[in-house]
Design a protein around this ligand. Sequence first.
Ligand SMILES: NC(=O)c1ccc[n+]([C@@H]2O[C@H](COP(=O)([O-])OP(=O)(O)OC[C@H]3O[C@@H](n4cnc5c(N)ncnc54)[C@H](O)[C@@H]3O)[C@@H](O)[C@H]2O)c1
Length: 381
Amino acid sequence: MKKKSNLKLIYKNSENCQIFFNKNIFLKKNITQILKPITKKNPVFVFVDKNLHQKMNLKLYCKKLEKELGAEVFSIKGGEQVKSLSYFKKYIDRIFSSGVTANSFIIAIGGGTIIDLAGYISSVIYRGINFISIPTTLLASADAAISCKNALNLRGGKNQIGSYALPKYVFIETTYIYNFLPSRYFWDGYAEIIKHGIGHSKKLLDHLKLNKSKYLKKKVIKNLNEIEDNEFKEDITKVLKLAIKSKVDLFNEKNNELQPVYHFGHTIGHAIEIATKHKCLHGEAITIGMLIALEISIKKNKLNKGILILSRKLFKKYNLPITLDKKIFNKKIFLKAMHKDKKYFNKKNYFILMNRLFKISNKLISIDENYYLNLLKKYIV
Ligand SMILES: NC(=O)c1ccc[n+]([C@@H]2O[C@H](COP(=O)([O-])OP(=O)(O)OC[C@H]3O[C@@H](n4cnc5c(N)ncnc54)[C@H](O)[C@@H]3O)[C@@H](O)[C@H]2O)c1
């Protein structure tokens, strides 16, 4: 019998999420064959990133979904702007006027932003309808699609409204995704992967450290020859499997969505995203957030300095910038965003810190504004 390529994620012992790799779901003939037995005759709503729609010629593919699944397809340009109340209202209205039922399915095909919007909508309709996630960026495949969290942004903040809910299925297609994703977005996905490596997974960290694939030396992933291309796809599948497995283990072990590792580097990171009007991408912002959290951990938790050196090396190896262009950074907006952080209490920001390699503490530590601002200064050039 053919081995099933899936990893399970279990939520509160009652819900299951199955993660499949490389089922060639983007092949026109496969899409309905795979999805029809899942969605059956229930109403289906598809959120697809318009950028992909054009690049990957998904038009035909969506037509097939409309025809054979009776799906209603919403083609939306992906990006942070979609994680908003106005998009939420627009699409929830359309879904209700089309006749949604408690057995309906929402399918998201896109990066983390489309997945966050569609996931959030699916989690609040009748307190949760079926959700299927088909991530198309490295970041979404490694993290957003399998995190069990969804969120929208309010003005001047990040992820203030959200819910915890698991997708029923996740389909990860490495081949198709990376033929189209711009290189900067590709490397951006490595930030969360490195976080999981240093945060809790020795296997993943060892792979990231020892990986000698040739594509790592190319800042722009283009014109790979056949050998490089095969090596690239093989490696990405391996990295993703290791990253997701580490997350599945963590998730199932504690059966708790409030894992501190998720938040590591995100306090500063989210505020940087906002202070740069998202010119600094999510992964790039949390890279600097993690470096600062590591520096604070050395001071407050006596963390071994070697971990900061190792992390810096990894960020460089995976082509993540470790400085921020001062031209795109606004300090006033940064501080405002810090004050809207989820861990801001009694006029103080609280941070998630590291105790030692593979051990991120769940104790919140308050850090003075001047202290983190001074550290941040070094990273703005
Ligand atoms: N829910 C979670 O747990 C979680 C975890 C991590 C990040 N996030 C969120 O995810 C978002 C970032 O995700 P992202 O980096 O995927 O961003 P994104 O959705 O904005 O996608 C990045 C860009 O690439 C385009 N794109 C997507 N797939 C493509 C492809 N295959 N080929 C070419 N272009 C493609 C998009 O249109 C967009 O312009 C942030 O909002 C972040 O907060 C959520």
